[in-house]
Design a protein around this ligand. Structure first.
Ligand SMILES: C[S@@+](CC[C@H](N)C(=O)[O-])C[C@H]1O[C@@H](n2cnc3c(N)ncnc32)[C@H](O)[C@@H]1O
Length: 468
């Protein structure tokens, strides 16, 4: 066992891999060291701040030899902001490690049998890919090293941006973010400037005071823009003044909404959303299908790659017009509606009621009449009794959350023996675990990773299973 303790510097470690959450990995004696602030190929000195028997965690404090895969990060906030941690790793290499993650999960966690994993489908544009960003206001912004070094008293500590990882009350004031296309940056900066000029107060999370709390900006490929402002103190008149300013300055905003949120958390799901200007929703389009997205709706955050993902899912499902298809964890029914015309009937199950209401609305708006959606917990809804009522599935598409599927849901699925299962996952580790439970009855025929989140370690993976 290694003799190192915490707060100890390990010198000259070579980064050989990445972890599932995007940390760099090196080995020291028999110890696996998880490191922040380095990328594969780097040789670094590491300050260890946590040490267990088989692993340690630390931060790179000195770059001895830079990786050949290093690139200059685009963003001035790189290293402080919690997002885009892989920005210093060239995009092709990011894709290589995402592909490797899927392979490792399938071989090590699932110990699965499969022929090959298709090359990951990358983004044409690895920046500006998000259609939604949420920013928080804070009266105690995170001070950058430069601001601290300058040793000048900072009077205005108001900031608008992202949470510092692990610090719930600290917000990094963002000047420029490369994740969402314009007018996202301009809108955020204009709100900040207006708030400064008009002495509007920013949320104080500890003392629970302040006017402005969060702002969400959503954009679509159809060039619609939604802005949702939330206030902690209910000052409707001041909110109207801010909205009037935004409406005039940004004619491209098609939905300008606001809400009053006096709760302990930032979620707007349980709040009344008021429309100041335009419609209460924006519309995304895919192959002529229209998807209404309201302030509370879930929609895949990378629209372009979502389309790739859905096309692969549909291809894998190989639906016939006599098929009954179940779309488990359907969200707002996007996959269900996307494939509906290829089969006889689609049943979607999802536990957020508002999402199910959106799913029905999306079918109606697209004159789709062969879909049916039910709200409830999967393990309560997806039962033999339910299937007796709605018909045995010929094909199942399942797209569970990161935690994967409950074993009892997998068991029902196996007993129903659909000829094909398409398993879409945003977490290859839990996907591999679940697939191992299906291996006796189903053969893995296709594995297709898709990159939905460039500059991060996340990867989406589609697997086609056929009944043996
Ligand atoms: C990855 S999303 C699926 C999104 C959808 N397929 C799409 O492409 O838009 C997973 C969905 O599962 C839902 N969910 C999570 N746990 C659930 C459960 N136990 N029962 C039913 N739905 C659940 C979530 O609310 C979420 O909408």
């Amino acid at each position: 066992m290694s003799k190192i303790k915490k707060n100890f510097v390990l010198e000259g470690l070579e980064i050989i891999d990445t972890s599932t959450d995007g940390k760099a990995i090196a080995k020291h004696d028999n110890l696996v060291v998880f490191i922040d602030g380095a990328i594969p190929g780097d040789i670094v000195d590491v300050m260890v701040h946590r040490k267990k028997n088989s692993y340690a965690e630390g931060k790179a404090i000195k770059l001895i030899t830079p990786s050949p895969y290093r690139v200059e990060p685009k963003c001035e906030h790189f290293g402080t902001c919690g997002g885009c941690k892989w920005q210093s790793l060239e995009y092709d290499r990011q894709l290589y490690f995402k592909q490797k993650y899927v392979t490792d999960a399938f071989t090590r966690i699932g110990k699965l049998e499969f022929e090959e994993i298709n090359p990951i489908i990358g983004n044409k544009e690895p920046y500006f890919y998000r259609n939604k960003l949420e920013f928080s206001f804070s009266n105690k912004k995170w001070l950058t090293n430069e601001e601290i070094k300058n040793d000048v008293e900072i009077e205005n500590k108001n900031g608008l941006g992202f949470h510092i990882p692990g610090l719930f009350d600290k917000i990094l004031d963002i000047n420029n973010c490369y994740l969402q296309a314009e007018p996202s940056n301009s809108i955020r900066m204009a709100i900040r400037e207006y708030a400064f000029k008009n002495n509007l107060t920013f949320f104080d999370i500890r003392n629970k005071t302040g006017f402005l709390r969060t702002v969400m900006i959503r954009t679509t490929s159809t060039k619609q823009v939604m802005v949702v402002l939330s206030m902690f103190e209910n000052r409707e008149e001041e909110m109207h003044e801010l909205c009037s300013y935004l409406k005039e300055k940004f004619p491209s905003i098609t939905s300008l909404l606001y809400t009053f949120n006096p709760k302990g958390n930032d979620t707007i799901q349980d709040l009344e959303i008021k429309t100041f200007h335009g419609k209460n929703h924006i519309v995304e389009e895919m192959e002529g299908l229209k998807f209404n997205i309201s302030a509370k709706s879930f929609y895949q955050t990378n629209s372009e790659q979502a389309y790739e993902l859905y096309k692969i899912t549909r291809e894998c499902a190989q639906l016939k017009d006599t098929d009954i298809m179940y779309d488990l964890y359907t969200g707002t029914g996007t996959i269900a509606n996307f494939v509906a015309k290829s089969c006889k009937k689609v049943i979607g199950i999802e536990y957020i009621e508002a999402a199910v209401a959106d799913a029905f609305r999306n079918s109606e708006a697209n004159q789709i009449s062969n879909t049916f959606f039910v709200a409830g917990d999967m393990k309560d809804i997806f039962t033999y009794e339910f299937v007796n009522t709605h018909g045995n599935p010929d094909v199942i598409i399942t797209d569970p959350p990161r935690a994967g599927m409950a074993p009892e849901v997998i068991q029902v699925m196996l007993n129903l023996k659909p000829k094909r299962i398409v398993y879409v996952s945003c977490n290859p580790s839990t996907q591999a675990r679940d697939l191992a439970l299906m291996e006796d009855k189903y053969k893995i025929v296709r594995v297709q990773p898709v990159d939905m989140f460039p500059q991060t370690a996340h990867v989406e993976n589609v697997v086609l299973l056929e009944l043996k």
